[in-house]
Design a protein around this ligand. Structure first.
Ligand code: 13P
Length: 287
C-alpha cells in the first residue's frame, strides 16, 4: 500500500537523516528502486515528473504499476508515490489517480499566488491524507523543458509557505537539476541555516541531488534537509551500463538481445546508485 510521505519525513527530520526521492521512468526503474529500498530496509519516495507521467501513459498506469509491484515483490518498507514539480492542474490529476503525495511547484508565480494555490492544495491533501511539497525559489537547470535560474530562496517567503501547513518544503539554495557545471559555487548553507531556523520542524527538500559532493549532502542534512531528490544520476548509470553491454557485443551473443537481458545491466546499475545514496542519506534500516 502506498503511504503519505509525512510520517517518514517527520521521523527523518527528528532523526537527522534524509529519505531519497528517486525518479522513475519505466518498469525497470521502479523495480530497481523498490527492491533496493526493501533490501536496505529504507523508506522511499518514487518521484514522477509530468513528462515521465506522460511517457508512462498517464498517472493511473503508474499507480497500477507501483501498487502491483509492491504486492508482487512483497515490498514491506513505506513507499510514497509523489508528483515531482507538479503544476496546479497536474497536482489535481495525481490526487485523482491515487498518488499518495504531490508537489505543487508554485515557485514561478508571484509569492501571493504561490501562497493562494498552495493553501488550497494544503486543504485538499489534508482531507485525503496525502503529503504536499511546496517550493520557494526556482531550482535551476532544465527538467522536462522547464528551466529555472537557480534562485536562492527568501527565508521569509519560506516561512510564509511553511506556515500554510505543507508537509515538506523545497527551497532553492543554489542547487540545480542535472549535472553541476565545473564552476558551480556550491550550496548556500547560510541561506539553508536561516530557512531552517525560521521553519522549525518542517522537513526541507534538496532537489538536484545528482553530483552534490557527499560532504555537502551531510552538511545539508545536519541543517534540516530530510528529503533529497535524485534523478539524473540513475539515468547516467543506466546509460553507461547499457552502453558497455552493447559495446561488448553481448546483445549479439545467444539471446542477449532479449530485453530482459539487454536491460539487466542498466537495472543493476540503478540499484547500485540507489544503494549508495540510501547509505549516504542515512535512511538504511529506518523503515
Ligand atoms: P537531479 O536530476 O539533478 O538528480 O535532480 C532530481 C530532482 O531534483 C527531481 O526533482
Amino acid at each position: 500500500m502506498l503511504v503519505s510521505a509525512k510520517e517518514m519525513l517527520n521521523k527523518a527530520k527528528a532523526g537527522h537523516y534524509a529519505v531519497g526521492q528517486f525518479n522513475i521512468n519505466n518498469l525497470e526503474w521502479t523495480k530497481a528502486i523498490l527492491l533496493t529500498a526493501e533490501e536496505m530496509k529504507s523508506p522511499v519516495i518514487l518521484g514522477v515528473s509530468e513528462g515521465a507521467g506522460k511517457y508512462m501513459c498517464g498517472y493511473k498506469t503508474i499507480v497500477g504499476m507501483v501498487e502491483g509491484m509492491i504486492e508482487g515483490l512483497s515490498i514491506t518498507v513505506p513507499v510514497a508515490l509523489h508528483l515531482d514539480h507538479g503544476s496546479y492542474e497536474h497536482a489535481y490529476k495525481c490526487i485523482e489517480a491515487g498518488f499518495s503525495s504531490v508537489m505543487f511547484d508554485g515557485s514561478k508565480y508571484p509569492i501571493e499566488e504561490n501562497v493562494e494555490k498552495t493553501k488550497e492544495l494544503v486543504k485538499v491533501c489534508a482531507e485525503k491524507g496525502l503529503s504536499l511539497e511546496a517550493e520557494v525559489g526556482a531550482i535551476g537547470g532544465e527538467e522536462d523543458g522547464v528551466v529555472g535560474n537557480g534562485e536562492v530562496a527568501d527565508p521569509a517567503e519560506c516561512k510564509m509557505i511553511a506556515d500554510l501547513g505543507v508537509t515538506m518544503l523545497a527551497a532553492g539554495i543554489g542547487n540545480i537539476h542535472g549535472k553541476y557545471p565545473a564552476n558551480w559555487a556550491g550550496l548556500r548553507f547560510d541561506t539553508l541555516e536561516k530557512i531552517s531556523e525560521m521553519t522549525g520542524d518542517m522537513p526541507l527538500v534538496l532537489h538536484g541531488g545528482t553530483g552534490i559532493p557527499a560532504d555537502m549532502i551531510k552538511k545539508a542534512i545536519s541543517l534540516g534537509v530530510s528529503k533529497i531528490n535524485v534523478n539524473t544520476e540513475c539515468q547516467l548509470a543506466f546509460a553507461d551500463a547499457t552502453r558497455s553491454y552493447i559495446e561488448a557485443g553481448k546483445d549479439r551473443e545467444g539471446k542477449g538481445f532479449d530485453p530482459r537481458k539487454l536491460l539487466a545491466p542498466g537495472t543493476e546499475a540503478i540499484k547500485a546508485t540507489v544503494r549508495e545514496k540510501i547509505e549516504l542519506f542515512g535512511s538504511a534500516g529506518k523503515a
